[in-house]
Design a protein around this ligand. Structure first.
Ligand SMILES: [Zn+2]
Length: 171
């Protein structure tokens, strides 16, 4: 299923994309300083750094630099200036917030990315239209069958990042 989905992973980040992220990381007031600390070593105490860098300080053991870009473990850290664009990419197939979050968890990172994804999906016009038309369908009445398993319904849904098949007996 994942293969049908527009996706990108750290492995598939092109060199031009890498170059763009590298430049934007350099320009980013927080990421550029985090990168410098990552190279030189972080101070022993949080009190010695700008409070704006606390979040990165907390991540310091997970940070690594690859080709001038900063990674949280294996997730590329996206500078603020590029986040909207990557959010769009994550939600390109109009997938649910959970699926988008799952994709992000293996590829990209920024502070508040999960909340940004939720907001992006909730405020997406296409997804909103789909939700409205779906709720109309839910109102359709049906007759009650005479015996068990005379009429069943099946649907696929997503929960906790996994695809599930639900079967309902109308009886
Ligand atoms: Zn959408």
């Amino acid at each position: 299923m994942d293969k049908m989905v527009h996706s990108f992973t750290v492995d598939s980040i092109s060199s031009s994309e890498n170059e763009k992220i590298r430049k934007e990381t350099e320009k980013d007031p927080i990421l550029s300083r985090a990168l410098a600390f990552n190279r030189a070593g972080w101070p022993a105490s949080k009190m010695l750094i700008d409070p704006k860098l606390y979040q990165m300080y907390n991540l310091r053991y997970d940070l690594q630099e690859i080709d001038g870009c900063l990674y949280k473990t294996d997730r590329l850290i996206i500078p603020k200036s590029c986040q909207a664009e990557y959010l769009k990419q994550l939600h390109a197939g109009h997938l649910s917030a959970n699926t988008c979050k799952q994709k992000a968890r293996t590829s990209i990172y920024w502070d508040n990315i999960d909340r940004n994804i939720e907001f992006c999906v909730l405020s997406c016009e296409v997804c909103g239209k789909y939700r409205r038309s779906k709720s109309k369908v839910d109102m359709v009445k049906h007759t009650v069958p005479q015996r068990p398993f005379q009429k069943i319904a099946m649907d696929i849904f997503e929960f906790d990042g996994k695809a599930w098949l639900i079967v309902v007996d109308y009886f």
